[in-house]
Design a protein around this ligand. Structure first.
Ligand SMILES: *[C@@H]1O[C@H](CO)[C@@H](O)[C@H](O)[C@H]1NC(C)=O
Ligand SMILES: *[C@@H]1O[C@H](CO)[C@@H](O)[C@H](O)[C@H]1NC(C)=O
Ligand SMILES: *[C@@H]1O[C@H](CO)[C@@H](O)[C@H](O)[C@H]1NC(C)=O
Ligand SMILES: *[C@@H]1O[C@H](CO)[C@@H](O)[C@H](O)[C@H]1NC(C)=O
Ligand SMILES: *[C@@H]1O[C@H](CO)[C@@H](O)[C@H](O)[C@H]1NC(C)=O
Ligand SMILES: *[C@@H]1O[C@H](CO)[C@@H](O)[C@H](O)[C@H]1NC(C)=O
Ligand SMILES: *[C@@H]1O[C@H](CO)[C@@H](O)[C@H](O)[C@H]1NC(C)=O
Length: 702
């Protein structure tokens, strides 16, 4: 382990002090940093606060923490690893006393700890509320066999027992895309995901580039991951916390009863909320361990097992149709062996041991009437507890049938007096009030277009391609005739000079004499007027319509007699024509519909359509060739781009589907492989989004 104390940092001194002043610097950055190297990591703590501000693989360049944004993350209420939040009460009391080390930062008191595994230690009292002093917290940064450890020892200094009802360790990672281009975000940022599995819980942290070592955070000692709580931070434009360029941070919560009793009382927690009682002078220690998955993101699960953390793999996963028994492979690791397994609710499923040669293999069989969440609790011989969460659903065919039935009855809107021309249609539905959504400030949700408004009729249609039902198809044909190819897609309307355009919404704000709900705020950008709603400049919206036609073509082509208003060839032609409208170019070769050259959500259907056009033979050969040429032109653009996967939003990877599909189709293996390697793609110009009020508002509401 190497150690050095560095006063001041040229990086931070170099001109960002103005920002620091604006947001405050209670971390004490000007007092410098504590640098350490362990066998596996290079790390830095802010010297005054002793929170972690930089964490890299030894000798590596990727920082798992947002070091380069530190100057604008140095204010009160901005969380870092090393912070702690808690709630306790004296036994017998009702009200909880809270502490949060980030809220009013003061330099912590350095503590000498002769143990050579201790990198730095401090007592945190100065940075915690004076009225929460019954708990004395000593924090240690540790070298744990070359990994980095973080531990908190909590001593009850009161003369009575106290109940600890919440304990959380804020988790900071460099997932701040603000002001980065797509290429920069790939180079600098990481994404994290928790497994809320109690003693087997961990956080996996993946570099967005898909290459290089990944990070895993696991319990050090007994520190169950009981919940992963979203942290509230003040918003500053400099990083845009809580926006689509910086979604926000969470904390590893190891005790949650105080939250379950209050803020979360209406929710069903993943794990049983627990508290712990500390007798006077009793000390409890919790900790976390930071380790590298040196072989990259594909080796994260191996690393968890190598650390001895109990590990369970579900096959085919953790969502089980009731007619499909799952397999569960359990590696007990350092926890010894499985002592017993319980199920909650008990009748939801049965677990039978097939093979106890390490690892144990179990068959998980849902009961036929089960639906919804079910939790397995595995207790190991060393006392460790792991929870595994299942979601049980109907059998595939039953599920699809129920979906089709609901969409074409409960969600079938038939009021043909609707002045927007939305009937008959499968319209958005608010399950919380069991009613169709006929008005929404985001007009497209009530306007049968964009993702949120088209999803219902798209699902009802796609269902017919897999499991046709004559009554449902009749309702969808009526929707196509009376709404889709009449108003949503006005025949003869133009996008540039192209027919078969698709509108962004057919509901809008500002229709004279329509009684718009006074409970809705109609003043934001989302409440488009007719001109904006009827715009046809969004290629994403064409996919829903093309897929709807294609699904009805498939049903009609395979099952004689299910179509009554049009024949299959009409639907095939409509689908083809809508795709070509999305792909319209002017004589200069410019693409006329916005996003046409991005990968589009659901455009796998374009590929299925192309195959069908080819299968239909000579009569459709010209259409097949024309559609294929458009896709080839798009794939050629992507092959030139470093990061072609983006979409509208900074973290979107929705471009991947189309980019992968067509790169593969045209034999561009390099781009296809890049699609698989990259964790996520980005809109190439994310820079303008972070502080864009519209983008923020949109995601606040969606
Ligand atoms: C400490 O960290 C800073 C910032 O990363 C770096 O510039 C400096 O070289 C480090 N010092 C030592 C002694 O490792
Ligand atoms: C130092 O700390 C380690 C890890 O907590 C512990 O196992 C060891 O016993 C300690 N050594 C001493 C001398 O206290
Ligand atoms: C404890 O102190 C904090 C300020 O540090 C204050 O916000 C809180 O209301 C106080 N709580 C009680 C119970 O007095
Ligand atoms: C990001 O860009 C916005 C807009 O130009 C600016 O207000 C903000 O300060 C920038 N943030 C950083 C950290 O440079
Ligand atoms: C049908 O829509 C019209 C126009 O919005 C409305 O006046 C009427 O009340 C609706 N009818 C029903 C049964 O909801
Ligand atoms: C709105 O209602 C008024 C009064 O009934 C009527 O005179 C007017 O023509 C209506 N306007 C439209 C655009 O329907
Ligand atoms: C088929 O689509 C083309 C546009 O792609 C259109 O011109 C033609 O009229 C359509 N044919 C039928 C029979 O609808």
């Amino acid at each position: 382990m190497a150690f050095s104390l560095q006063l001041g940092s040229t990086v931070l001194a170099a001109g960002l002090l103005a920002l620091v002043t604006a947001q405050g610097d209670t971390l004490g950055l000007s007092s410098g940093f504590l640098n350490f190297s362990t066998a596996n990591f290079d790390l830095e703590l802010a010297q005054e606060a002793q929170v972690l501000v930089s964490l890299k693989a030894a000798g590596g360049s990727l920082d798992f923490l947002p070091w380069s944004y530190l100057d604008v993350r140095a204010g009160d209420g901005q969380y870092h690893w090393g912070d702690v939040t808690f709630r306790y009460r004296h036994v017998g009391e009702q009200a909880w006393t809270s502490g949060d080390s980030s809220q009013a930062r003061r330099p912590v008191t350095r503590v000498t700890d002769a143990n050579s595994t201790v990198l730095a230690a401090s007592n945190m009292a100065a940075t915690l509320p004076a009225n929460a002093s019954a708990l004395s917290i000593t924090r240690r940064w540790l070298d744990v066999d070359g990994d980095v450890g973080l531990s908190f020892s909590l001593e009850n200094t009161a003369t009575t027992s106290i109940e600890l009802g919440s304990l959380g360790f804020p988790a900071e990672f460099n997932s701040i895309f603000t002001n980065y281009t797509a290429e920069q975000a790939q180079q600098y940022c990481v994404l994290s995901d928790p497994y809320i599995g109690m003693d087997a819980g961990y956080i996996r942290v993946s570099p967005i580039s898909g290459s290089g070592a990944a990070l895993v955070v696991t319990p050090l000692g007994s520190t169950p991951l009981e919940a992963y709580r979203n942290l509230v931070e003040p918003y500053y434009d400099s990083t845009a916390y809580g926006s689509q360029v910086f979604e926000g941070l969470y904390e590893w919560q190891t005790l949650t009863l105080a939250w379950a009793e209050n803020e979360w009382s209406a929710a069903e927690p993943w794990n049983k909320p627990v508290s712990k009682v500390l007798a006077p002078q009793e000390t409890l220690t919790f900790g976390l361990r930071f380790s590298l998955a040196s072989g990259g993101i594909q080796t994260i699960d191996d690393e968890v097992q190598a650390l001895g953390v109990p590990y369970a793999r579900g096959i085919p996963g953790f969502i089980l149709p009731v007619d499909l028994p799952g397999q569960l492979v359990v590696h007990a690791g350092a926890a010894g062996a499985v002592a017993h397994i319980t199920v909650d609710p008990a009748a939801a499923l049965t677990v039978t041991l097939d093979s106890s040669t390490t690892p144990d293999q179990y068959t998980v069989t849902p009961s036929s009437a089960a639906f919804g969440r079910a939790r397995l609790t595995i207790t190991y011989t060393n006392g460790a507890v792991q929870t595994v969460h299942y979601y049980l659903v109907r059998s595939g065919p039953d599920h699809i049938a129920a979906l089709g039935a609901f969409l074409t009855t409960e969600q079938y809107y038939t009021n043909t007096s609707d002045p927007f021309g939305r009937a008959p249609s499968v319209i958005s539905y608010d399950y919380s009030v069991s009613a169709p959504v006929l008005q929404d400030m985001r007009v497209w949700i009530a306007g049968l277009s964009d993702e949120a408004g088209a999803g219902s009729f798209l699902a009802a249609s796609m269902k017919q391609a897999a499991q046709p039902n004559t009554d449902e198809i009749a309702k969808l044909e009526a929707f196509v005739a009376e709404v889709l190819y009449k108003t949503l897609q006005p025949p003869g309307a133009t996008a540039g000079s192209t027919a078969y355009a698709v509108r962004k919404s057919i509901f809008y704000y500002g229709l004279a004499n329509y009684s718009y709900s006074p409970a809705i705020d109609w003043t934001t950008w989302e409440s488009w007027d007719q001109a904006d709603a009827y715009a046809t400049d969004r290629a994403y919206d064409y996919v829903h319509v093309a897929a709807t036609y294609w699904a009805l073509y498939r049903a009609g082509r395979a099952y004689a007699g299910v179509l009554t208003l049009q024949d299959w060839s009409w639907y095939l032609n409509q689908s083809y024509s809508t795709v070509m409208a999305a792909m319209a170019q002017d004589s200069a070769g410019d693409w006329l519909v916005g996003y046409a050259t991005d990968g589009l959500m659901g455009e796998t259907v374009f590929g299925a359509l192309l195959q069908d056009l080819q299968r239909e033979g000579e009569a459709w050969a010209a259409q097949a060739a024309a559609l294929e040429a458009k896709m080839r032109a798009r794939a050629a653009l992507w092959s030139e781009m470093e990061d072609p996967f983006g979409s509208e939003m900074a973290w979107d990877s929705t471009g991947q589907e189309g980019v992968y599909y067509w790169s593969k189709y045209f034999g561009d293996e390099a781009t296809a492989d890049k699609t698989l390697a990259t964790v996520v793609g980005f809109q190439p110009t994310v820079a303008h989004w972070g502080w864009n009020g519209n983008a923020r508002r949109y995601w606040d509401f969606v």
